[in-house]
Design a protein around this ligand. Structure first.
Ligand SMILES: Cc1cc2nc3c(=O)[nH]c(=O)nc-3n(C[C@H](O)[C@H](O)[C@H](O)COP(=O)(O)O)c2cc1C
Length: 316
């Protein structure tokens, strides 16, 4: 780490990935970040993750695609995106210009697509910090089962990407399959620098007046405060195993939530649904973490990571 980063007290290291602070905008909730640049300078974030991009453009699911639930939100966007070429040619240069530390999220329907996307990114790899592999998408080679349900597939996709790219590699896992520690080990063996947990949780909602599903796709993903305790447990359980650095996400709405994930073992944290409610929450969370550390005389955020494991009763 450079002296500058060390001196800020907020810098974190995830394998080979260094962030100036642990606050990351989650995939699919921050567009390419440029819209949020109107609320605050997105270059202050530890990193901005793009929405997940495929080889060819995708139209996504039928509407409605979003609905509110108690303490959370359901979405079934269906990974709508313009395709990796459009992103690399049109959005990436503007993100670079905005000074963002960029994590490019990608997904494919099979190993070949992941490989092709990674090869396209290679030309631009100096401009990006990391690639996040969204492994919640269906694997057509395995009958449509999600990649992250199949630990050997995780290993395969991470290794293939690692062989192509020198950037950081993050495997994004889902809590819909009860295998996070095994999945994370396979990602680590394949050469991932970190894992992101958790993606949205499979869920649905129905309208009692029309008798129709509230999402065009019937099934969607639940996010927001409703999933925070689940995400926190997954982070705690995985971080305790000390397999690979963990980026914790799921229901983080403010700096207090962010600190809670860090003391539970997260190296960095992701903010997703909160961006829809408070577009400037990224800035507020960084400020809140800074103030908390100053009040408690903590000069390095890494001291806080996993402090709940120590369970020594020490008060800092
Ligand atoms: C509208 C919406 C779109 C999302 N799109 C993606 C996506 O394209 N790729 C991905 O890996 N995760 C996607 N996610 C999941 C988030 O990145 C995050 O993992 C999840 O929402 C949990 O965090 P949160 O509760 O803070 O939102 C999406 C979430 C929402 C709410």
């Amino acid at each position: 780490m450079t002296d500058f980063f060390q001196n800020s007290g907020l810098a974190v290291k995830l394998g080979g990935i260094i962030l100036k602070n642990p606050v990351i905008a989650c995939s699919g909730t921050f567009a390419s970040g440029l819209e949020y640049n109107e609320f605050y300078n997105i270059s202050i974030l530890g990193a901005v993750t793009t929405k997940s991009m495929s080889l060819a453009p995708m139209q996504g699911n039928p509407p409605p695609r979003i609905c509110e639930t108690a303490s959370g939100m359901l979405n079934s966007i269906g990974l709508q995106n313009e395709g990796i070429d459009y992103f690399l040619e049109n959005e990436l240069p503007r993100m670079v210009e905005a000074g963002a530390a960029i994590i490019v999220s990608i997904f494919g329907k099979d190993a070949d697509e992941f490989t092709k996307i990674a090869s396209k990114i290679k030309t631009y790899e100096k401009e990006i910090l990391a690639v996040e592999l969204n492994l919640s998408c269906p694997n057509v080679e395995k009958g449509g089962m999600a990649f992250c349900a199949l630990p050997d597939e995780i290993n395969r996709i991470v290794s293939l990407t690692r062989n192509i790219l020198k950037t950081g590699i993050i495997a994004k896992l889902s809590s819909n399959f009860n295998n996070i520690p095994e999945a994370a080990s396979k990602a680590a063996k394949g050469g991932a620098d970190a894992v992101s947990i958790i993606n949205t949780i499979a869920a649905t909602a129905f309208d009692i007046n029309t008798f129709k599903p509230r999402l065009g796709n019937i099934t969607g993903g639940l996010s927001g405060p409703a999933i925070k305790p689940i995400a926190l447990l997954k982070v705690y359980e995985l971080a305790k195993e000390n397999i690979i650095p963990v980026i914790g996400m799921g229901g983080i709405m403010n700096w207090e939530d962010a600190i809670e994930f860090i003391i539970a073992g997260a190296c960095a944290i992701g903010i997703g649904t909160a961006n829809f409610i408070n577009p400037d929450c990224g800035r507020k969370i960084i400020d809140g973490i800074n103030d908390y550390m100053r009040r408690r005389n903590i000069n390095d955020i890494n001291i806080l990571r996993g402090i709940v494991f120590k369970n020594s009763g020490a008060i800092i």
